[in-house]
Write a protein that binds this ligand. Structure first.
Ligand SMILES: Nc1ncnc2c1ncn2[C@@H]1O[C@H](COP(=O)(O)OP(=O)(O)OP(=O)(O)O)[C@@H](O)[C@H]1O
Ligand SMILES: [Mg+2]
Length: 235
């Protein structure tokens, strides 16, 4: 098991959002978390990535307890988080943004190798490496955010709503990028509003509602589940 989240309680200040969230991810899996707005999907990812400290429970990664470690240490251990906000440096170039993602790698040679790897993966970023991130299109910026996450050579990538605000064609491009990554061996945990699409590309999924895991199972089973269809797919 690559990641095990056990009875995770988390929130903001005194406000508890997550209640005893349990989930696991195996190496090489493509797993999703779906659920309504405000359910706690991003909060779950932030807690795993070390951006908020859990109030209770445990997070085990690669057999090691990483609960409560600071974000940079969690990045060093091999978890990358591509947040909804993306937090790109708009006045820096594509290449500079990518290099920021490799801040945990001290060796310049390895940094260059990672950069070449990302440019192979996303030729669009290579073409535009000198362009300011702020002038990239919405889809290109998502691609850049994903590429930057990949710069630290993660084992597990947490990707929060990569299709948010994108036109269908760009959404398709982003999903294709994620597909390329999973095929290259990266384990992905995806949060997405586009439930139909998400359940069609991932292996397994969790349904999060009101800070609790309601349902879990193979994505194909969830896609056929009566409750999921009624509540999330509107059928
Ligand atoms: N920094 C914060 N301070 C206080 N409350 C917060 C903070 N961030 C999120 N929340 C609250 O936590 C709850 C869960 O938010 P979260 O962002 O995890 O939901 P989500 O499932 O990702 O929703 P969405 O689909 O809209 O992105 C919400 O009620 C939200 O208002
Ligand atoms: Mg969210």
């Amino acid at each position: 098991m690559l990641l095990e989240v056990k009875d995770l309680d988390a929130g903001y200040g005194y406000l508890q959002i997550l209640r005893k969230v349990c989930l696991t991810v195996d190496k090489g899996e493509y797993v999703c978390i779906v659920g309504p707005n405000g359910a706690g999907k991003s909060t779950t990812m932030k807690a795993i990535a070390g951006l908020i400290k859990p109030m209770g429970g445990k997070i085990i990664f690669n057999g090691e307890d990483i609960t409560g470690l600071p974000a940079y240490e969690i990045t060093q251990k091999g978890i990358a988080f591509v947040s909804e906000e993306m937090n790109l440096f708009v006045n820096m170039t594509v290449q500079e943004n990518l290099l920021m993602g490799a801040y945990i790698i001290r060796d310049k040679k390895i940094q260059r190798d990672r950069l070449d790897f990302i440019f192979d993966l996303f030729p669009r970023l290579a073409e535009r490496k000198k362009q300011l991130a702020g002038t990239m299109s919405g889809g290109e910026r998502k691609m850049l955010a994903i590429g930057r996450g990949m710069m630290s050579n993660p084992t597990l990538m947490l990707v929060d709503e990569p299709s948010f605000g994108l036109a269908p064609q760009l959404t398709e491009n982003v999903f294709q990028s994620l597909d390329v990554l999973t095929k290259s061996g990266v384990t992905i945990m995806l949060v997405e509003q586009n439930v139909t699409k998400t359940l069609s590309v991932t292996n397994r999924g969790y349904v999060l509602e009101n800070g609790k895991i309601g349902l879990a199972g193979k994505s194909s089973d969830l896609a056929n589940d009566g409750y999921v269809r009624k509540v999330f797919l509107g059928v």
